[in-house]
Design a protein around this ligand. Sequence first.
Ligand code: LMR
Length: 394
Amino acid sequence: MLSNLTAQPQDKILALMAAYRADPRETKIDLGVGVYKDATGATPVMRAIKSAEELLWKTQETKAYVGLAGDPAFSAAMIDLVLGGTVDADRLSAVATPGGTGAVRQALELVKIAAPRATVWLSNPTWPNHPSIVKYLGMPLAEYRYFDSQTGDVDFDAMLADIKAIPAGDIVLLHGCCHNPTGANLSAEQEDQIIAALAANGAIPFVDIAYQGFGDGLEDDARFTRKIASQLPECLIAASCSKNFGIYRERTGILMAISPSASLQAVTQGNMAFLNRQNFSFPPDHGARLVTMILGDTGLRSTWSSELEDTRLSMLNLRQQLADELRQRTNSDRFDFIAKHRGMFSRLGVSPEVVETIRADNGVYMVVDSRINIAGLNAHTVPILAQALATALK
Ligand code: LMR
């Protein structure tokens, strides 16, 4: 049986991680996978997480199963963090999932049950695992235009035109904030126009929010998601705690569904719990419990949010430095958009050949579409990248 298997296509991001590890050069720079790094290149466990873990170790008396949806206290804390009280609880269903990816997968499976013929619309470009999962599930897939690689900005007219043409009942996957891979995001007014288009055509939004707190702050980053959730009759939301709590390997995420009416809540919740049971039974608890403890304790919450804010500001600083260095070294404003982008990533808009030259000559690793992880830089490596780019573009 196993002899029937053929190799799966490589995941671009994970292949890059492996290539970076295999490179013996001490000066190599990793701008690949989306993991936050401090100025020393470390990905430390956040202080609030350490404190919560210590407290948990002292007080937890059982590791017995919790429930198929996870701990209701985790759902309540995350609903508050993401939605901030904008939606009535009686229309909200939620299940804990193994990371944000688990939430994306469960959301798509829910769509498969509820609307098997619905097409899933993804931004072009999007996180490569989005189309990969949609295709794996055998669901119809289509793309809406999103990015203008000439300006480094959202190609808003094209995006709006494509969204307006999506048929009622199809699913539109939107990034809640900090678009991955481009770093280009909608303005508040543009968000309103997208929401109006969805209200008019009856397509159903599915928000993936994996970087809340990495862009303009915890509240601002939730703005688009909250408007969608409160203004449209139904939506799905996949949220990740991997990045903003720095608990990547704990696999902590949540799927929320907002039903058009309270009478549909119980059956929606039941279907989501059923899907958890089919795919992995009980969701992981450790990371979810830490998140619940932090969000529910004033002291831990303020330690966490101030560390997250430091993280955000350090990335903004690096963005500005890189934009300034590139302006100087390329003698142009071509890369000014880097300072305007938000979140962990920016797509530089250079060719795969330039990406490869920089890797070969300078040991700088970025995704082949020229996505860089801003947090992979520091004050010392920003000028190295800027010079490498300027040289390769000559
Ligand atoms: C990324 O885009 O680099 C992250 O979301 C990590 C991943 O799983 O790909």
